[in-house]
Design a protein around this ligand. Structure first.
Ligand SMILES: C[S@@+](CC[C@H](N)C(=O)[O-])C[C@H]1O[C@@H](n2cnc3c(N)ncnc32)[C@H](O)[C@@H]1O
Ligand code: SF4
Length: 351
């Protein structure tokens, strides 16, 4: 479920967001629940996972956020994305009471200067305070988001961010390389620095993986780490190629071989026009997506039914180079292959 409202727009962000609009939060939750009523018949009963993402779900007026959570079908995992500066004791307890089981907190960095570059509203102490308040409210499944490759970020900054995150002992960590879209205000301001840093990113990624795995985290997906088996069940479903229903502006669904993209236009959505683009996914596209997503995981990808999506020559080459390994009926990337990620997968895919 997409909750688009944010206190302000961070320069690097490319998500569907709307700044402020306090007067529209109630109407938006009404629209979400209407869409759910129209589309919810496709959902499994009982539901496995719910994910409230943003935007900043926790910037939504609290009574409206609670009303939404309470109206949703029960699920094994209910994640809410939160920005640190929005977390109060009241919010943490309200989320818990309304059925949230997991919170994903957008820390991004613990360095004040880098938070300023990202135009974040939170200071490092806000992240620590938010984390503590969520723990005190009873959350035993907390995730932190970090971004690396921020303009001006040194290796020492990265190590300090990882140490600060580990200090909080989260069950889950997502570490994303900063993606700066060409033509944005952010890229205009920082393009030269981003270019200068680009070469160092493979080393940064390796440091992230080395530090977090040494601290006992499982590197279960390219950018995701967990303690024990505290994987994000919701995202895992996506990486395993399962169907999902997306509700809200800009939300994407994949249902029975069809991809749907909801309109990103808030006014149209509030007016009850659930415009969406439809794309039919043929067997070839589905198999390619399955390989692309499945090879991001540490668990081997079962190959049954996917053989026609693979290029035998490319596959033999990456195996020879020690980038991929074939099991009896599975395929996985080696550690080296996982660092190179998409480039290896592109070599393996047919066509
Ligand atoms: C839907 S976003 C935003 C969640 C929340 N509003 C926040 O800002 O913390 C989820 C995560 O994606 C990551 N992200 C957003 N924009 C990114 C970008 N341009 N490059 C890399 N990661 C990004 C951030 O780590 C963020 O926490
Ligand atoms: S708070 Fe999160 S969703 Fe909102 S603009 Fe910033 S990065 Fe984007």
């Amino acid at each position: 479920m997409h909750l688009p409202f944010c206190a302000h727009r961070c320069g690097y962000c490319d998500f569907v967001t709307a700044v402020g609009r306090a007067d529209q939060h109630a109407a938006y939750v009404d629209a979400l629940l209407r869409e759910l009523e129209l589309e919810g018949h496709v959902l499994a009963d009982p539901l496995e996972t719910v994910f409230l993402g943003g935007g900043t779900p926790t910037f939504t007026a609290l009574p409206e956020l609670v009303r939404l959570l309470e109206a949703l079908p029960a699920a094994d995992e209910v994640t809410v994305e939160a920005n640190p500066e929005t977390v109060t004791a009241e919010l943490a307890h309200a989320l818990r009471a309304a059925g949230a089981t997991r919170v994903s907190l957008g820390a991004q960095s613990f360095q004040p200067e880098l938070l300023r570059v990202l135009e974040r509203g939170a200071q490092p102490d806000d992240v620590r305070r938010a984390f503590r308040l969520l723990r005190e409210a009873g959350f035993d499944n907390l995730s932190l988001d970090l971004i690396y490759g921020i303009p001006g970020q040194t290796v020492a900054d990265l190590e300090a961010d990882l140490a600060a995150a580990l200090d909080l002992d989260p069950e889950h960590l997502s570490c994303y390389e900063l993606e700066a879209k060409p033509g944005t205000r952010f890229t205009h301001a920082w393009g030269a620095e981003l270019e200068r840093q680009a070469e160092a990113m493979e080393d940064y990624f390796e440091r992230v993986v080395a530090t977090l795995t040494a601290a006992g985290y499982r590197w279960y997906e390219t950018a995701n780490f967990c303690r024990g088996d505290r994987r994000s069940l919701h995202n895992l479903g996506y990486w395993l190629g399962r169907d999902y229903l997306g509700i809200g502006i800009g939300a994407v669904s994949t249902i029975a071989g069809e991809r749907r993209r909801n309109t990103p236009k808030l006014a149209r959505y509030l007016a009850g026009a659930y415009d969406r683009e439809l794309e039919s996914l043929d067997a070839g596209v589905r198999a390619r997506e399955r390989v692309l997503l499945g090879l991001r995981l540490d668990d081997p990808l079962p190959l049954a039914g996917l053989e026609h999506a693979l290029d035998p020559v490319g596959l033999a080459r990456v195996e020879r180079l020690g980038l991929a390994e074939r099991g009896a009926e599975t395929l996985s990337l080696t550690k080296r292959g996982r660092f190179l990620g998409g480039a290896v997968t592109a070599d393996i895919l047919a066509g």
